[in-house]
Design a protein around this ligand. Structure first.
Ligand SMILES: NC(=O)c1ccc[n+]([C@@H]2O[C@H](COP(=O)([O-])OP(=O)(O)OC[C@H]3O[C@@H](n4cnc5c(N)ncnc54)[C@H](OP(=O)(O)O)[C@@H]3O)[C@@H](O)[C@H]2O)c1
Length: 281
């Protein structure tokens, strides 16, 4: 029995909104949680959740009543309905929102008696390798342990202050999209030099995984690894010169900045709209 199973094996976890990220979380939690209950509105959503091993329901209130831990994973504009559905069914229970843009307090003030967490997993939860941020708060060790076990069962976790979450979303949430683009560009370069796409695609993925692992294992700064593969007058320095002349590093920095600024803007809009909808405005 794995450590997460020991912690969550007798717990029922409800995933309210079994869409893309909800389904990814079911995949990671099945076999770890005692029971998974999942909700959605369409029959298609429910049958997919059932195929993944969840008990599928349309009724959020019933799912929340059955659960020890409730994870809310609907789109922000769908959140007010779900919060209203579960009011009165969450006393003393853990409610984790993974909804982008909505502040923890916006939800917590509408669910008195619930222990409300905010987390931000990423799509790598599909393969049990999410990099998840959990917003810090004044929680009991027991509640922290349960929420950590939920997200550690689907990858790695980082406790962060809520002020960081927009930049985090721009970096780690959107990160898989940026890295996928970089991988695609490198593959196309090799294809333009006449190499077969299927072979080089796999080789580029292997190189990405291995470079990340090398950096993680030896703890050296990326610039040290760069210098170790850069022979005077060799191939690498010619490639690096192109990276420098096109301003690729500064473009990467700008990407994270632009994405987190947009995250902050959207967060303000979404939070105000959800707060307004929950106030009945
Ligand atoms: N996708 C990601 O990588 C990711 C990562 C981190 C956080 N998030 C956050 O997670 C949330 C969901 O994103 P997503 O990409 O998974 O969206 P999604 O695929 O559209 O999933 C949303 C799900 O919510 C269900 N739903 C809508 N209204 C509902 C209601 N009243 N009761 C029960 N279920 C309801 C929908 O079911 P029906 O289709 O049956 O209506 C749908 O399956 C968003 O807030 C997003 O910011 C997403």
């Amino acid at each position: 029995m794995c450590v997460f199973q020991e912690i969550l094996g007798d717990k029922t976890i409800a995933i309210l909104g079994a869409g893309k990220i909800g389904a990814a979380m079911i995949r990671s939690l099945r076999g770890v949680a005692g029971t998974i209950v999942a909700t959605g509105r369409r029959d298609e959503t429910l049958s997919k959740a059932e195929e993944l091993g969840a008990v599928a329901l349309k009724d959020n209130a019933r799912a929340a009543s059955m659960a020890d831990i409730i994870i809310v994973s609907v789109k922000p504009y769908q959140l007010p309905v779900v919060v209203r559905d579960i009011m009165g069914h969450v006393n003393g229970k853990i409610v984790v929102s993974v909804v982008a843009g909505v502040r923890r307090d916006t939800i917590a003030k509408r669910l008195p008696g619930a222990i409300v967490f905010r987390a931000m997993p990423n799509i790598n939860a599909l393969i049990g390798m999410s990099t998840t941020a959990i917003v810090e708060g004044d929680y009991s060790p027991e509640h922290r342990l349960l929420v950590e076990a939920v997200f550690r069962s689907m990858g790695t976790i980082y406790w962060i202050p809520e002020e960081w979450i927009d930049t985090w979303t721009g970096l780690v949430g959107s990160g898989p999209a940026y890295l996928a683009e970089i991988i695609d560009g490198l593959v196309l370069g090799a294809v333009s030099m006449g190499l077969p796409r299927d072979v080089v695609y796999k080789a580029v993925l292997d190189t990405f995984k291995a470079t990340a692992e090398l950096l993680a294992r030896n703890g050296k700064h990326p610039a040290v690894i760069r210098d170790e593969v850069t022979t005077p007058a060799g191939t690498t320095i010619h490639g690096l010169k192109v990276l420098e002349s096109r301003g690729v590093k500064s473009a990467l920095m700008d990407i994270v900045e632009a994405s987190s600024r947009r995250g902050r803007e959207l967060g303000k809009e979404i939070d105000a709209a959800v707060d307004n909808a929950l106030s009945g405005g």
